[in-house]
Design a protein around this ligand. Structure first.
Ligand code: ADP
Ligand code: MG
Length: 547
């Protein structure tokens, strides 16, 4: 191939002559002699050389091989160098080639015209070999770097486009008047239209669709106009077809130095998310309702268990009332009734009926469903009430119940009925364990500050205690070691205390002196959050986080 091209001198072939390099130089001259000189000058320099003896051939080769540099003779028959240059520059495929004009006309006008057409340089004939080499080298290097840069930019743009195209969130680029200047495919899909349809629309008019609305209140407006970033959930946007959907969006200002050019808005459709949240909320409510019901059932059970004690407790004052009434009647039947004694007897009747109604009152308070919710509570008062209630049940317990409250104990924030239920459950378990052990030690209830945030209640007994392997099962539903037990007391206690924001647990008691003794007792405890202090010395308050 090479031979064919050079040997004849007159009939140069016009194809690649040197395949060793990635830099291509196209030599164009209608004079074979000139071509030969150029070829000789540049050969063996690592270029791939192409040769054309006329304008038409030059265009064809340039289009096919996109050479980095073209040495282009100006004066040629048919298509001259200027025309070739103009055509090359107007075709994107060849526009970036460096065109170096070759001409014997060494005047300013010729050069200016060449540059005006996009020429990169100019070499005067007759050529100086060193000049040709130097210029080709320079231009070839510049063009190569430029092409590499362009290729890299293209790659980068492709990467970015791929990322933007594959994101499932919708992305808008807005100018600072709110016009959509960019929309990714996800945005178009969410809006049920094409990206082309979205571009040019005003974001605010298109998606909020009420011309009378104050634009300043609309999402992303502050970002577009004042560069303030925003983030909102559950705003309603119109789609292209007029339907609406709830969205979450975040808008960020587009800055260029200290100038800002509108906003980027990233958004997504949260219809499904909201539905799921609603379903979750409903499920949570259902669980809460069931928990309340279970707690209530458990209270009824406790009452059932306490029925005998209650009957006894009410029966005593009733018997006393009957007796005192008889005494009163006898007093009245006398000729001169002793008014003083009569009044005293009536007083006793009143006291006994108070005693009976006190028991009834406690039962009623205990049985009611906790509609009131959390309030600020004094545990001292509540536990005292619970103690009296529990005592209805302890005719067989010698030791009784002792309640001690440390001086620094603060009020708690809790539901009184639920806390009383927990305390009563723990105390009754303790009493039963004490009774089974045949012990006469009292059940000790103590109230202390666990830390600055929580009050702790301990219920300690000297009863039968627990086998170690049972400790882990205590709070599981239906775990019981009692013949008539139900095993729902402790699990209910746990859910009630958790609902108050506290914890409940079992602590193995200190073995003490008689370690190894069967009757080692048990210690159950629970905590409750202290009520937040009122502002400016006002009464403490309960958070609104109802359960
Ligand atoms: N103070 C205690 N001392 C020893 N064992 C206890 C004590 N409190 C609870 N338990 C154990 O935990 C089990 C579960 O208690 P609970 O849930 O109240 O159900 P129940 O009292 O109906 O058995 C009891 O059966 C008992 O084995
Ligand atoms: Mg129990």
């Amino acid at each position: 191939m090479m031979e064919g091209m050079l040997a004849t001198g007159q009939t140069f072939m016009t194809d690649a002559v040197q395949e060793t390099t990635d830099l291509t130089v196209l030599l164009v001259d209608d004079n074979p002699q000139n071509l030969k000189v150029l070829y000789e000058t540049l050969k063996d320099r690592g270029y791939r050389l192409l040769i054309a003896n006329g304008g038409g051939k030059a265009l064809d080769l340039a289009y096919r091989h996109t050479p980095e540099v073209i040495l282009l003779d100006i004066m040629m028959p048919e298509i001259d160098g200027y025309k070739v240059c103009q055509l090359l520059k107007s075709d994107p495929v060849t526009a970036d080639c460096a065109v170096v004009f070759l001409s014997a006309l060494d005047d300013v006008d010729t050069k200016v015209r060449g540059f005006a057409l996009g020429g990169a340089d100019y070499i005067s004939k007759p050529f100086q070999a060193q000049e040709v080499i130097a210029r080709v080298q320079t231009h070839a290097r510049v063009i190569r770097l430029e092409r590499e840069l362009q290729a890299r930019n293209r790659q980068l743009e492709n990467d970015q486009a791929r990322i933007l195209n594959s994101i499932s969130e919708g992305i808008y680029g807005l100018d600072n008047e709110g016009r959509i200047v960019y929309a990714n495919p996800a945005a178009a899909m969410i809006m049920r239209t094409s990206a082309a349809e979205l571009i040019g629309q005003n974001f605010f008019e298109f998606h909020f669709g009420r011309p009378d609305q104050d634009l300043a209140d609309l999402p992303a407006h502050a970002t577009c106009c004042r560069g303030q970033p925003e983030n909102q959930r559950n705003v309603e946007l119109f789609r292209a077809d007029g339907t609406r959907f709830p969205a979450e969006y975040c808008s960020t200002p587009k800055w260029d130095g200290d100038q800002f050019h509108g906003a980027v808005v990233v958004f997504r459709d949260i219809t499904v998310e909201l539905k799921n949240e609603q379903a979750l909320e409903e499920a949570r409510k259902l669980v809460q309702e069931q928990r309340d019901q279970l707690a209530h059932v458990s209270r009824m059970t406790t009452m059932g268990e306490m029925a005998a004690g209650v009957a006894h407790e009410v029966n005593q004052p009733l018997t006393a009332i009957t007796n005192y009434s008889r005494v009163a009647q006898r007093l009245i039947a006398k000729d001169q009734p002793d008014i003083g004694l009569l009044s005293e007897t009536l007083g006793k009747i009143e006291a006994q009926s108070h005693r009976a109604s006190e028991v009834i009152r406690r039962i009623r308070r205990f049985m009611k469903k906790p509609a009131a919710g959390k309030e600020v509570l004094s545990l001292a008062a509540l536990l005292e009430d619970t103690r009296r209630f529990a005592e209805v049940d302890i005719r067989n317990n010698d030791g009784g119940i002792e309640v001690t409250v440390a001086d620094d104990v603060q009020n708690v924030c809790a539901d009184p009925v639920q806390v009383q239920q927990v305390a009563l459950n723990l105390i009754r378990n303790a009493l039963e364990a004490t009774r089974s052990a045949g012990s006469s030690e009292p059940v000790r209830v103590s109230v202390t500050m666990a830390d600055s945030q929580f009050v702790r209640v301990d219920v300690v007994d000297s009863g039968v205690g627990l086998a170690e392997e049972d400790e882990a099962k205590l709070f599981l539903p239906f775990f019981t070691t009692k013949e008539e037990g139900m095993g729902i007391g402790l699990p209910t206690c746990r859910s009630l205390i958790q609902a108050q924001g506290g914890v409940i647990g079992y602590q193995r008691p200190d073995p003490g002196d008689d370690s190894g003794g069967a009757s080692r007792g048990a210690c159950f405890y629970f905590t409750l959050p202290v009520a937040a202090p009122g502002i400016d010395g006002a009464a403490p308050v309960c958070g609104s986080s109802g359960v």
